[in-house]
Design a protein around this ligand. Structure first.
Ligand SMILES: [Ca+2]
Ligand SMILES: [Ca+2]
Length: 141
């Protein structure tokens, strides 16, 4: 989880202090999530943990990318996040796996759950961030 949190944070070009904050929260979360204390998160432990980690990222996303400060993400604001991930991956020397950026771009529309189809609410952001995790985990697998 720490690796997932760090890579996602760095790919999003968070400042080191923000990466630290995410990692600290992820570490705390890990302790709580690893209920059988084997140092690993199995699938049943990972799911609720990923959800909590995504909730942490919502705050970070809004802090950095909610340009108009309306508490929701517009498609343009989401585009900036995906762009930051793309640039971040390139800077770490990792070429984004083919299609990953397009998939993330498209996710904005895939996860429109409420009646407002042009912005992402908190719940929709959690779904989008979980999609980022899944995309990264798939790419690393
Ligand atoms: Ca906004
Ligand atoms: Ca929406």
């Amino acid at each position: 989880m720490s690796r997932c949190a760090r890579q996602t944070s760095q790919a999003m070009q968070l400042r080191e202090i923000e990466v630290g904050a995410v990692l600290a929260e992820a570490g705390e979360l890990w302790g709580a999530a690893d209920s059988n204390h084997d140092g690993l998160l199995d699938y049943h432990e990972w799911k609720p943990a990923a959800f909590s980690l995504a909730s942490i990222f919502v705050d970070v996303f809004l802090d950095i990318f909610d340009i108009d400060r309306d508490g929701r993400l517009s498609e343009a604001e989401w585009h900036n996040i995906v762009n930051a991930i793309s640039i971040g991956l390139a800077e770490t020397g990792h070429n984004p796996p083919s299609g990953i950026i397009t998939r993330l771009e498209g996710a904005f529309h895939d996860y429109q759950l409420d009646s407002d189809g042009s912005t992402a609410s908190t719940v929709e952001m959690v779904a989008l961030i979980l999609q980022i995790f899944t995309t990264f985990l798939d790419a690393l697998a």
